[in-house]
Design a binder for this molecule. Structure first.
Ligand code: ATP
Length: 360
């Protein structure tokens, strides 16, 4: 089977890292399995055309097997209310294609230095599942600014939305091997149930869902406290499920513990569609210099192969995903080409070549 993959380079470092991932995926799968179809979108495209997500891009995304994206957003390109235009590319895709589960693996690789001195490769290996279509960000654009004196945004939770993200998280825990510390399968519910009704509801619905998963432990942590736990006992975590904004924040923190944003992969999944991009933004400060790390986008590409393999029962893609992850692992462990954010001097293109060499 041949897969149609819409690619959206986007802004800043987006084009460099997206093209890097495409090269690696072609190397892993052969040139005839993946049909990459480039489309426009992002802040720069908005400046040119007035559209951040053009209609033809959205149409292509609807009918493709998967989407691969670099990054979108430029600091100066904003709407009248001050919010950034670029974010609208993936926000619109999330809502229009119902990409409700944002899966962000936090894994420390051998050869990568963690700021957590007591932990080494294998001891930090968990997944943050960020609810992607509700929560505080769901009301983007609909907040109220009253006379420039009082401003509100509304936090939205629905039973359907919380139930499906909770089920997704427990199902994911079942497919994993448990937390590195004790091999216990565990879902940690991250909220502020002690403060707001919405978060108390999130916790209650997750607890109801847990009843059907006797083999997976349920655990709770407040969003403020978990920032400390993620530093002091990261090996305790297996799957963490969080409301949209909390998931956004703690996944950057998690990335910081395993080498930074340049290491952090991300998959945004619905029942029909999947969008894959690094967890980082467009990093305009280092754009166009061939110095960005492509690792996050390459690992997101591996998540894409795995997701396609599961959906279509394609063992070859499953093997290709393993090979891409193995190649990245080897490049980092042996120091073939260490990107700048890992203390090395390898350019984006050199890291890409090194991963391709390992694949060959
Ligand atoms: P957004 O809000 O769109 O997610 P952000 O404000 O979190 O974006 P990023 O664009 O993710 O910011 O970048 C933050 C910093 O992290 C950048 O300035 C850059 O130095 C670093 N960074 C991000 N991604 C990479 C990468 N792939 N390689 C190297 N450094 C990166």
């Amino acid at each position: 089977m041949k897969y149609d993959i819409v690619t959206i380079d986007g802004d800043g470092i987006g084009p460099e890292v997206c093209q890097s991932a495409i090269q690696v995926l072609r190397e892993a799968c052969g040139s005839d399995r993946l049909n990459f179809m480039p489309f426009d979108g992002g802040a720069l495209h908005y400046q040119r055309s007035g559209q951040v997500l053009p209609e033809d891009t959205l149409t292509a995304c609807r009918s493709a097997h998967a989407m691969l994206h670099g990054a979108a957003g430029l600091p100066g390109v904003t709407y009248a209310d001050g919010t950034e235009v670029g974010n609208d590319l993936h926000l619109q895709l999330r809502f229009k294609l119902d990409l409700f589960a944002n899966v962000r693996p936090i894994r420390l690789y051998s050869g990568v230095k963690s700021p957590l001195a007591d932990f080494s490769a294998g001891q930090i290996d968990y997944v943050i599942v960020r609810e992607n279509t509700e929560g505080l960000y769901a009301s983007r654009g609909a907040g109220v600014n009253l006379r420039g004196e009082v401003v509100t945004d509304t936090l939205v939770m629905t039973r359907v939305g919380v139930e499906r993200i909770a089920k997704f998280s427990f199902d994911l825990a079942r497919r994993r091997q448990g937390a590195p510390r004790d091999h216990q399968r565990r879902v940690t519910v991250c909220d502020k149930a002690n403060i707001l009704k919405s978060y108390a509801f999130f916790r209650a619905v997750c607890t109801e869902v847990a009843q059907s998963y006797a083999d997976v432990e349920i655990d709770y942590a407040y969003a403020d406290a978990i920032t400390v736990h993620m530093l002091k006992k990261p090996d305790f975590y297996d799957v963490i499920v969080a409301e949209n904004m909390f998931g956004d924040i703690i996944s950057d923190l998690g990335a910081g513990t395993v080498g930074g944003l340049g290491m952090a992969a991300s998959a945004e999944l619905g029942l029909q569609h999947g969008l894959f991009q690094g967890a980082h933004g467009s990093a305009p400060d280092i754009a166009g210099q061939d110095v960005a790390s492509p690792i996050a986008t390459i690992l997101s590409g591996a998540l894409m192969l795995r997701w396609l393999a599961d959906r279509h029962g394609d063992a070859m893609l499953q093997q290709a995903a393993d090979r891409v992850e193995g190649a990245v692992k080897a490049v980092l462990a042996h120091g073939d080409a260490m990107p700048g954010d890992q203390g090395g001097h390898a350019r984006c293109s050199e890291v890409t070549q090194a991963v391709c060499r390992r694949l060959r």
